[in-house]
Design a protein around this ligand. Structure first.
Ligand SMILES: C[S@@+](CC[C@H](N)C(=O)[O-])C[C@H]1O[C@@H](n2cnc3c(N)ncnc32)[C@H](O)[C@@H]1O
Length: 279
């Protein structure tokens, strides 16, 4: 096992790789919101705002002290901290922090408001972490499915985050516009109804590991409506782990997916947004 560090802007990401054969990927399951609706007041005291231009999205602050009562989550955080890693392949895939390409995608939608209409369409926030992209689509009246590798993150972070962005008296009803799934992408794809497709798939910082490209591409092919759009916001290269936008473009070259770079950011480590459609 080896770990790699790299710096960009004012944050430092640390990624760690592991041999594919050692990994047992977690199975997917649907997480149904329950206690989170009643206990939201407890987490609101630990909430803060994600701001990007005019967009403001409330989200819970995530640290060991705040969530020390939740043993499974505490273990997960301690595990990653002890490993000095922002992600540990197959165990914890980085969902506890908001990664910078999330900002790029929201900024892109705000700059080109006519690019996508979210009203009443089905959106998948794939590898959602805090769920900022899905919440953005939700506030624009989409029906949103949130997927994250770690169940604990959905239960203690993503679901409270969605609820924080709904008026108190509407929470019980409005949360029904959202679904939540944990686990590995291959298993998630198997768990969904065969007919389930999305108009828009949003995904940020999920193409760092080339070992996952096959299942990611298959999920895109199976779950994108024929005239739908996928937006992949990512770095051009993830040092140490080897994935990046060029590698992902190469991986979809001989498939029925076609990709176009719609935004480039050159500050710090180069970042891009790929818009992908079925050809
Ligand atoms: C680096 S985090 C990015 C989180 C969030 N999209 C953001 O930009 O802040 C990568 C996310 O991809 C998801 N992920 C990575 N590999 C996965 C896999 N094999 N199966 C399912 N989800 C995976 C995890 O849920 C994780 O939250």
């Amino acid at each position: 096992m080896a770990s790699f560090k790299f710096n960009f802007s004012n944050t430092e990401d640390i990624l760690e790789t592991q041999d594919e054969k050692e990994i047992v990927w977690l199975s997917s399951e649907e997480i149904v919101p329950g206690n989170q609706i009643k206990s939201l007041d407890e987490v609101v005291t630990h909430a803060k705002m994600f701001t990007c231009g005019e967009v403001e999205i409330g989200h819970v602050l995530f640290n060991i002290e705040t969530f020390s009562k939740e043993s499974s989550l505490k273990n997960l955080i301690e595990f990653s901290e002890n490993k000095h890693s922002d992600l540990v392949t197959g165990k914890y895939e980085g969902g506890l922090k908001i990664w910078e390409c999330t900002y790029d995608l929201i900024e892109y939608f705000e700059t080109y408001p006519d690019e996508i209409n979210f009203k009443d369409v089905k959106v998948l926030d794939l590898g959602c972490g805090a769920g900022i992209l899905g919440i953005y689509a939700f506030t624009k009246k989409a029906f949103v499915t949130f997927q994250d590798y770690n169940k604990e993150i959905l239960e203690h972070c993503t679901i409270p985050n969605v609820l924080l962005n709904i008026e108190e008296e509407e929470r019980e009803d409005e949360i029904k516009r959202c679904k939540f799934y944990s686990g590995d992408w291959a298993s998630f794809d198997e768990l969904l109804e065969e007919s389930e497709v999305f108009d828009i798939i949003l995904t940020s910082e999920t193409i760092y590991n080339q070992q996952n490209y096959k299942k990611l591409i298959s999920l895109f092919q199976n779950r994108l409506r024929d005239n739908g759009n996928i937006f992949v916001s990512a770095k051009t290269y993830y040092f140490g782990v080897g994935g990046g936008t060029r590698q992902f473009e190469a991986a979809i070259e001989n498939t029925n997916l076609k990709s176009k770079v719609v935004l480039k950011r050159n500050t710090g480590i180069q970042r891009e947004i790929l818009k992908i459609n079925k050809s």
